[in-house]
Design a protein around this ligand. Sequence first.
Ligand SMILES: Cc1cc2nc3c(=O)[nH]c(=O)nc-3n(C[C@H](O)[C@H](O)[C@H](O)COP(=O)(O)O)c2cc1C
Length: 479
Amino acid sequence: MQSDIRYPTIIQGGMGIAVSSWQLAKQVAMAGELGVISGTAIDSVIARRLQDGDPSGDIRRAMSHFPNQKTIAEIMDRFFIEGGRAADKAYLDVPKLSIKGNLFSNNLLAVSSFVEVWLAKEGHNGLIGMNILEKIQLAIPAQLYGAMLADVDYILIGAGIPAQIPHLLNEISVGNKVAMKVEVADTKDKHYLHFDPTTLGIENFPVKRPLFLAIVSSHALVAYLNKDEETKPDGFVIEYHVAGGHNAPPRAKNAIDENGEAIYNDQDIPNLEKILASGSPFWLAGGFATPAKVVEALAHGAKGVQVGSVFALSNESGFTEENRSSVLNSLADPHMRVLTDASASPTGFPFKVIQNNETLSNDSLYSKRMRICDLGYLRTMYQREKGGIGYRCPAEPLDNYEFKNGQVDQAQGSKCLCNALMADIGLGQRRPDGRVEISLLTFGSDLEGPRAMREKYPNGWNAVQAINFLKEQISHQAH
Ligand SMILES: Cc1cc2nc3c(=O)[nH]c(=O)nc-3n(C[C@H](O)[C@H](O)[C@H](O)COP(=O)(O)O)c2cc1C
């Protein structure tokens, strides 16, 4: 890595879906730290905002800078509704991702990633990253390319082992075709997603190759990814199991208690000495959201910290006002509970869920919701007995899942994160019977930082106030 790189002390974590909005990332970047937008399901986010009429005009302003305006015309034609959709109308969905690839999908993924990064970078020289999930493999190449077209500075990827990303970034940035190996269940055959950046009709190679930070939870994965130049990232975010969102599964087998909570022990704590000895720059995440924890991270040799929950509650995040104030109120309650739910996420990874009666964490609301898989980002590909590749999700209707050879006993508690997390940001789908999809809220389980902020700013805070708080005990000169 070049020696002139200026590393941030604070990374504002990528939080999906669109909780890490461009507005949040931009404020963080302008304050001199690394602002990160969430790229997860960003094609649906942009498509729905266009159907709501893009009232601020921000999306259309960003799209006017996209280097292929024919593509923009197609997207506008399909999704934009002047003045916004009628209140009783459902959103039109984007095409589901598929291994065959599809030019319209790739264009939409690239444009949406471009728009969000472009808006976050508009009007300043600060650093912007994009976070995506390794688990949503079919979206990755087109999203990387779209973000690069907007000059993204960092890519951050967790929720899986992102071993292919350095190679993809190297190749896509110079306009080469890539073949990304994808996971297909029920077979030993190898399958690849093919992506050719030149098919998007933009002759602009090379584009800047961003730095890549892998989000992992163990020193063993640091060593594994660093072993080969092809898989070696430019740095690591080391995420502890108290972090919000998805967590790495506990290393011990069957470590689930009677409440369905994943249970961690000392084996799950990363060895920071080994990570420091690897020579890679790293940041610590998960409960590193107080001034003292920032100092502690630096003392371990980290470049700084990645913080999520405190930024999720800031005024600029994508959460609806209702969700933000509901979480802020819960923080005042000493009994607030964030469960590391072992079965909620269709990914199979533990997922942090705030126990809140107004959301899908309430069993009665959950059981009343009709299962449907219409967004499909978390579907797994599988080998069909009759040949060909099928797609299944444990949160889809159970009879469909069973028909596709899915393990129904393990799908009982699975929740449709796609629809619930769209609801968290006010883009929930409206169903034919008039019901609107219900939220499910994720948050870190170490509440010390968020509670300290709430005490300081009982009516809420902005991103800059959060950064100033985190950096209270470190001198600006030293870093
Ligand atoms: C609402 C929310 C959504 C999150 N979504 C993602 C995500 O999509 N991808 C990801 O890599 N991390 C995600 N995270 C994790 C954060 O990026 C960050 O690493 C973590 O929150 C740090 O722990 P903290 O919450 O204790 O600060 C999410 C966290 C929260 C609170």
